[in-house]
Design a protein around this ligand. Sequence first.
Ligand SMILES: Nc1ncnc2c1ncn2[C@@H]1O[C@H](COP(=O)(O)OP(=O)(O)O)[C@@H](O)[C@H]1O
Ligand SMILES: [Mg+2]
Length: 420
Amino acid sequence: MSEERSRELESFDEPASNLPLLDKLDRVIASLPPGDPVRRDLLDLRPHVSDQSQMIGEARQMIEKLEEVIKKVTSPANRIGTFLGATSKDTAHIVVGGADYYCNVDPRIPLAKLKKGTRVLVNEAFVIVGDLGFETAGPVTKITEVIGKDRLRVGSEHGTQSLVLQRSADLASSTLKSGDEVRVDSNYRMALEMLSSTKSHEHYLDVVPELPWEKVGGQEEALQAIKDAIELPLLHVDLFKKFQHATPKGFLLYGPPGCGKTLIGKATAYNLTKQLGEKTGAQMKEYFMHVKGPEILNMWVGESERMVREIFATAREKRRDGFMPFLFIDEAESILGTRRASRHSNILSTLVPMFCSEMDGIDSLNDVVIILASNRADLIDPAILRPGRIDRKIKVNRPNREGAREVYRIYLTPDLPYDG
Ligand SMILES: Nc1ncnc2c1ncn2[C@@H]1O[C@H](COP(=O)(O)OP(=O)(O)O)[C@@H](O)[C@H]1O
Ligand SMILES: [Mg+2]
């Protein structure tokens, strides 16, 4: 080997060592003069080297792939948790499989952007390493109470335990009310989505036909008592408030069946709403909820209480929507009776206090008017009839002779084809 060439080779040495074998060989071949026998030998060798290095390349790729597979199949699964909130700028409160963790967050996950209630990936060290967004499926339950701005009480269906949930980020500003259905995260901590409410309470809605007072015959006393009891307080709320005059929440109609209690209830709704509309100058419509006591009583365990809450919640909601709600409770003694008087004393011992507290929560007649009807007023729990609640009892008697004549006059109009 001439001195010149060995120098040349040396100069190749450093970088050449990093080159693939075939390139290295080509460089050496290129550096030899064309007639050199070594060059020919090397050229003969070249295809073998080429094959070999290709094989090695393929084998390396195969190994890399296998390594990747091994890594994937042997690395532990990430758990999925529900994000409850940030506890500092880089730690979070999560719940995984029912257990709470206070955990670190991969700095690549923008913690400030994680939404309350969203699902997060959690690695073995319980570090949040991914954001999976909201769950799209899961258990559904009914709201029984809206607590403050960010909590909801749910459940208690068929005697199961009730729960308090937080609102997820997506529900933070939604209008929710008891009776609405919400989807809950699998850890039962967050309400994630509101489902269209089932409107079960709508079946209490009853139509009120045009019913001026004149269409009720022979009940002057009762009608006068109603006007005295609620017309004034309803139409002059401000005055009553100013003089701190306690106004009733409604009245009780009692008397034998068929003498017009339901009719008078509806007439009250019709006339008062009309007067209220005229006074305020705004178009107003009544919302007459006809609740039959025994129906409430014969519900699933826990359902009666929920229904009572829902009825009041509906009344309040309808008021907000601009209706004048009337809550007419027929056969009131069945759900508001003294506990002694009923076989259902268990349920009455919760329904009566609940009803009282709902009533006490009503600010004025202007929010909702409650009308109870009963053939057995003597059975109604005195707590219901205390001042400030339903403290007006109005008797609806069988009409006397003159009253009966009046009733006939209402129905037997001259256009009827009869001979008399
Ligand atoms: N005083 C009345 N004036 C006009 N119609 C009446 C009167 N009392 C009863 N009626 C008629 O009888 C029907 C039954 O009365 P209802 O109001 O249901 O009685 P209650 O609720 O006391 O059992 C009413 O729909 C109405 O048509
Ligand atoms: Mg009736």
